[in-house]
Design a binder for this molecule. Sequence first.
Ligand code: SF4
Ligand code: SF4
Length: 195
Amino acid sequence: MQSLTNRSRVVVRKEMTFAEKIYIPAILAGLRITLKHFFKKSVTVRYPEEKRPFSAVYRGQHVLKRDEYGAECCTACGLCAVACPAEAITMVAAEREPGEEKLYREEKYAAIYEINMLRCIFCGLCEDACPKEAIFLTDRLVPAFNERGDFIYGKDKLVEPVDARIDISKRQTDAVKEFKTHKELRHNRLKEDLD
Ligand code: SF4
Ligand code: SF4
């Protein structure tokens, strides 16, 4: 017979003692462990009544930003979709019509913009790729749903309301804020800087 290793172990079949037969020592040892954990501080929280504070750089539900006049910043360039490793973003671009300048900041805008939250891994690469500072991840949680279709977030859920802007400055660390002051980096420039 072929042996795989040279290790061997002698099996000892010794008689169980009376204490072992009635399981009292084993039960007491188990109770001791239970009691030890009983008086320890619990590591779990009673979510959703109780919530842990989020990290300042937590990445949650996206927001499509509007500019200071309320126009949508996204120009449907597609860079966020190209950067997305999960292929979670789809969009359909459209040309801005005369008279729609107050709705869309650029001549091209996203008529449809969808993120599949079941695919999204909240990596933040779409935010990094965006040259228009149009998409950001926020500290909002994406809730659980029963239907898969409910996880497809369209513009109705992604574009921030005109009268209830989403503050994304909380997520910007001092290092990021400092980095964004470097206007020699093209992706840090606003449209006004480029004109
Ligand atoms: S956070 Fe990452 S995975 Fe989610 S949509 Fe953006 S790039 Fe894709
Ligand atoms: S969110 Fe930014 S990167 Fe994505 S399509 Fe709009 S402008 Fe382009």
